[in-house]
Design a protein around this ligand. Structure first.
Ligand code: ZN
Length: 250
């Protein structure tokens, strides 16, 4: 039996995801039974969260569009320089505020996003089904390097991190969601993500080592877990990271 095909062209870095190590923009995908365009694109290894616009024969379509043999599909990633919000039928409505949920392998990234002042929820014992469900219920962007996790139907907002390096991953997130102007470094607890508030030295002095109590005058405390912070030995390294992210915006 002659099987029909659809021609798929992947633009930008979507081609890298389907290339098995080598970018491959053109694909011929067989259509045996009715398939959605979302399913066709994901069968190439591209999670739907990475696609910002789909055209079929030059016309914008939704993920549910049923492909037919002979269709010419073009899939585009988000382009910071191009606003397709009025055209795209696949971009989900924006979240009221940028909030993130990280998969279990991303503890180092959670630390960096919190340092930048972002709301980053992270637990090292959540399974994939819990993460996918929680991202939807809590209206958070699911961050992961696992494509299968992002392909779950319940995931609406997500980002596939390309880098293995947590500093670069933080930059990927800030870039994709255009967060350079909303960062509030040193405003959150690195341990739990709670908000910090200034606290008088006298209130926390019993929790401090003698050396710390002698050296520092300014303290902050987490409103959630009560961890106490000061501008100690790690501060310069952390400040350098913040500056590196800010420099990338320019
Ligand atoms: Zn805390």
């Amino acid at each position: 039996m002659d099987v029909g095909h659809v021609a798929v062209r992947l633009y930008g870095d979507l081609a890298d995801l389907a290339g098995a190590g080598r970018p491959e923009p053109h694909h011929e995908v067989p259509v045996v039974s009715p398939r959605s365009v979302k399913d066709v694109i994901e069968s190439l290894g591209v999670p739907h969260t990475e696609v910002d616009l789909i055209l079929v024969g030059g016309v914008s379509v939704a993920f549910e569009y049923r492909v037919v043999a002979g269709d010419r599909v073009s899939a585009y990633p988000p382009f910071a320089s191009l606003d397709v919000a009025t055209v795209s039928l696949v971009r989900p409505p924006p979240l009221p505020e940028p909030r993130f949920l990280l998969d279990v392998h991303l503890g180092a990234l959670a630390n960096r996003l919190r340092l930048l002042g972002l709301d980053a929820e992270y637990r090292n014992d959540a399974d994939d089904a819990e993460l996918a469900a929680a991202a939807g219920t809590d209206q958070r962007v699911l961050l992961t390097r696992d494509r299968g996790l992002l392909m779950r139907a319940s995931v609406v907002h997500g980002q596939l991190l390309r880098s293995h390096d947590p500093d670069q991953q933080a930059l990927e997130v800030v870039r994709r969601f255009e967060l350079f102007d909303v960062l509030t470094p040193f405003s959150r607890c690195l341990r739990c993500g709670g908000l910090l508030a200034a606290v008088a030295k006298a209130e926390v002095i019993d929790q401090l080592e003698a050396g710390t109590a002698r050296t520092y005058e300014t303290f902050a405390r987490c409103g959630h877990c009560a961890q106490v912070y000061w501008s100690g030995a790690h501060h310069d390294r952390l400040a350098a990271f913040v500056e590196q992210i800010r420099a990338a915006a320019r």
